[in-house]
Write a protein that binds this ligand. Structure first.
Ligand code: MN
Length: 605
């Protein structure tokens, strides 16, 4: 059975008929014993209901028989052999975390969910989330010793303590903390959830440009924004994985700007924007096993070491194809919610693993509405205040991904007063170049400077022009070396096929990498053959990259056919319909390439 222990601030409201309480003997009268349930509340055990001998101040367990209208409480003594005690905290006086700034130096009662438990070399820091915001509560027993070990991540607690201000941050110095019992916990949790749902609901801002495709995507975009906002409010870490190219970076940085500002607003730790938000570029245009393994490894360690919640994963400019499935299966085992914002041709198979999926192909749009455009609009739904900083990002993204969608022209026009199309092209190139050297790092601050979000426009300009100069000279050097080795062929369908071995005739392990090298060569070749269908095929020992103009290929389809037709070829890959990459085993290269060329030669012009 449960024996309740009334907290100091409780009064009659918290006393319930039929429940058992732990009190102490206050005094004796001819007709019975007076028992205090706390300093303020006293009741009477009639002598007929006294079971044991008592002295003053003896602890005693009593049951409330009746609370009279005049406030008198009739008690009976009980003597349970097995019982649990549970603290009762005054219900009505709880304060919202958003209001503690007005109560510095005073003791408050907070009801909320434990969102993080961090052991420092001094106190234990509990991050608490309630319906109004996030706050930190410090509890101390001994330096470096975990206070309230029974309180765990995700518990609903009631805590009291004094509000202090330390280094410009509010903190509650915990005097008492109890885990609420299921019934109360459910009540508080429902209250918090309902409030978070409401607060997480994005504002209905109009999009930056007119687009029927964007309008059709609005419900899913709102959904992504809502889930991101909710994660921030509940102190759930967010991992943002994105393709490591200019478009993917623009998408991710737009959301990064929105989220980090929201984290700063919502209170909590001063460095929360670093451990609650991680942006990671993916080399492959999909969520590789290597990526999820790394993400999961860090998440589990952070969960154990720093008492952090398990993260939500947002994939941008990747995540919507069959190739993502092996990693998505891992997320399911650990119950990690995953959302995708992509403009690659989606496979339906991914959707069972996702809680939201924004993709223009779902609503009759296509690749031209790029991830960077979607990302900037979603960022505004997450946090409309970032609009001024990020309004040029969709234009850069569109240039980076060579968008031909009507939306791209509108985003360019929007950016034009400050950033011309050439500026956008330079910034996109600078991003690609810098990301090559950053490899797996996000380069958060460098990338901000490249995108002119760093607050120093002069440095932005100097940095971009230096990076562009270096990138261009590296490209020029590479193309000059490669061009004499390009072999050409006329295909049966009348298309020019150009082939280059980027392994033997290009510099390796430097910028530009094979895919970009092939792209640069392709650009040169289409200029040399205006108006004619051109396919450029760059290949290495076990891979090929394809670029085309004027040939109606379906690369994912060709990959599927090659895989079936060439036994032991180990063919895989994909990409867009007319731009893609294919992997195979080295010993089967000639067979795979010949068969691939045959298919290209049959494609309609
Ligand atoms: Mn893209």
């Amino acid at each position: 059975m449960i024996v309740y222990h009334l907290g100091e601030t409780c009064d009659l409201e918290e006393v319930e008929e039929g429940k058992a309480y732990l009190g102490w003997v206050q005094g004796f009268a001819p007709f019975g014993i007076f028992v205090q349930l706390n300093d303020r509340i006293k009741g009477l055990v009639h002598k007929s209901n006294v079971k044991l001998q008592h002295r003053e101040r003896d602890p005693i367990i009593v049951r409330v028989i009746k609370i009279r209208s005049n406030g008198n409480i009739d008690l009976e003594e009980i003597t349970p052999t097995v019982y649990q005690t549970q603290s009762v905290i005054k219900k009505t006086s709880s304060v919202l975390l958003s209001d503690i700034g007005k109560r510095i130096g005073r003791t408050v009662l907070i009801e909320g969910e434990i969102a993080q438990v961090k052991q420092t070399s001094g106190p234990t820091i509990f991050t608490v989330v309630d319906e109004s915001g996030t706050g930190n509560a410090a509890a101390f027993i001994e330096a470096g010793v975990r206070a309230y070990p029974e309180v765990e991540l995700g518990d609903i607690v009631a805590l009291t303590g004094e509000v202090m201000q330390r280094n410009n941050q509010l903190q509650i110095e915990v005097a008492s903390m109890v885990v609420l019992e299921p019934e109360d916990a459910t009540r508080v949790r429902e209250r918090i959830d309902a409030a978070l749902d409401k607060r997480a609901e994005p504002l209905d801002v109009p999009f930056l440009i007119e687009s029927s495709v964007l309008e059709a995507l609005r419900p899913q975009m709102r959904r992504v924004a809502r889930e991101v906002r909710k994660a921030v409010m509940a102190s759930r870490p967010i991992i943002l994985r994105h393709h490591a190219d200019a478009d993917g970076i623009c998408a991710a940085v737009a959301v990064e700007q929105a989220v980090t500002a929201l984290i700063r607003e919502s209170g909590g730790d001063f460095d929360a924007e670093y451990f609650l938000f991680k942006r990671s570029p993916s080399k492959a245009p999909f969520y590789e096993i290597e990526d999820i393994t790394r993400d999961l490894d860090f998440a589990l360690k952070d969960n154990v070491r720093y008492g952090q919640k398990m993260p939500m994963i947002l994939l941008m400019d990747n995540g919507s194809t069959d190739e993502d499935i092996p990693s998505l299966k891992v997320t399911r085992i650990y119950d990690l919610p995953v959302m995708v914002v992509d403009h690659h041709h989606p496979d339906e198979s991914v959707d069972e693993y996702l809680i939201a999926h924004v993709n223009p192909y779902h609503v009759g749009g296509d690749y031209g509405l790029t991830a960077g455009m979607l990302g900037a609009e979603i960022a505004r739904l997450i946090n409309p205040e970032v609009e001024d900083q990020i309004r040029h990002l969709p234009a850069i993204a569109g240039v980076g991904d060579r968008s031909e969608a009507p939306e791209h022209a509108r985003y360019l026009a929007l950016a034009a007063p400050e950033y011309s199309e050439d500026d956008c092209r330079d910034i996109a190139l600078a991003l690609d170049y810098e990301q090559f050297w950053l490899r797996f790092s996000d380069g958060r601050e460098i990338v901000k400077d490249i995108l002119n979000l760093g607050g120093d426009p002069v440095r932005h300009e100097r940095l971009v022009s230096l990076l562009v100069e270096e990138a261009n000279s590296a490209i020029e050097e590479q193309v000059e070396v490669v061009m004499p080795h390009v072999k050409s062929r006329m295909l049966p369908n009348g298309a020019h096929l150009f082939m280059l071995d980027v392994e033997l005739f290009a510099h390796r392990f430097t910028f530009p990498p094979p895919g970009k090298t092939s792209g640069e060569v392709h650009d040169r070749l289409i200029r040399e053959h205006p108006g004619e269908p051109v396919v450029t095929l760059g290949f290495g020992p076990d891979f090929a990259v394809l670029r085309s103009r004027g040939v109606m290929m379906n690369i994912p389809q060709m990959v599927r056919e090659l895989r079936a037709e060439i036994v032991g070829g180990g063919v895989s890959g994909g990409g867009h319909l007319v731009v893609g990459s294919i992997k195979f085993v080295e010993g089967m290269r000639d067979a795979v390439l010949e068969s691939l060329i045959q298919k290209i030669g049959e494609a309609p012009i």
